[in-house]
Design a protein around this ligand. Sequence first.
Ligand code: AP5
Length: 212
Amino acid sequence: MKLVFLGPPGAGKGTQAMGVAEHYGIAHISTGDMLRSEIREGTSLGREAQAYMDKGELVPDSVIVGMVKNRIAQEDCKNGFLLDGFPRTVPQAEALDQMGVRIDLVVSIEVRDEAIVKRMSGRRVCDCCGASYHVEFNPSKDGKTCDKDGTVLTQRKDDQPEVVLDRLSTYHQQTEPIKSYYKGTGKLRLVDGEQPVSEVTDAVFATIDSVQ
Ligand code: AP5
């Protein structure tokens, strides 16, 4: 099974993607996590990406497409994968088609801009496994460390309110048009992301199961 999760920054893509990928035994591919890992390792790709990410802009398609192409060729993607944060522009969606990847379903998690800024200020993340928590809406068990691996949780640099507003603007201009692209293929399904986390989870699973 090959899935795409769409949605604005902070919609809950990462929160939902981990459980879905585990449940269906498919690889979870988060381009944001891959880029942050390149930054931590100090690679040239990471240095190039950081300048864009810090400003809330998209990393150039040429960089991202090559990175995803290499990733989906790996062994753990043979059974399928869930793309979280890719494609993010129409040219990226076209590049995926040109790679011969047949997407089964595109789930767009819908959250209004007003709700996003509040979510981002309370987000805490695990730099080790990529798990995402929220101090109020989805706290880890002790509120400080990751439930999965005990790593101390941190705040993302691009979750500052002014960068979040830039990321939302980038989303509306460059990523939202992808919805029309996939609507035309009949693969797009919308899920209300402004419900409690567990209810969004139920809606996401029901959506995926309805097309299996
Ligand atoms: P990326 O890391 O992909 O960021 P994003 O898409 O902006 O998404 P987020 O990770 O911020 O949010 P999410 O939807 O996963 O929400 P989460 O589950 O964490 O990308 C970062 C940057 O990398 C981009 O800005 C760009 O520069 C670059 N990049 C990445 N991919 C690229 C590409 N393809 N092309 C070009 N550039 C690319 O949840 C958010 C918070 O809300 C958490 O605190 C969570 O606990 C909480 N929450 C989740 N669900 C709920 C709920 N139902 N109710 C209340 N709170 C909730």
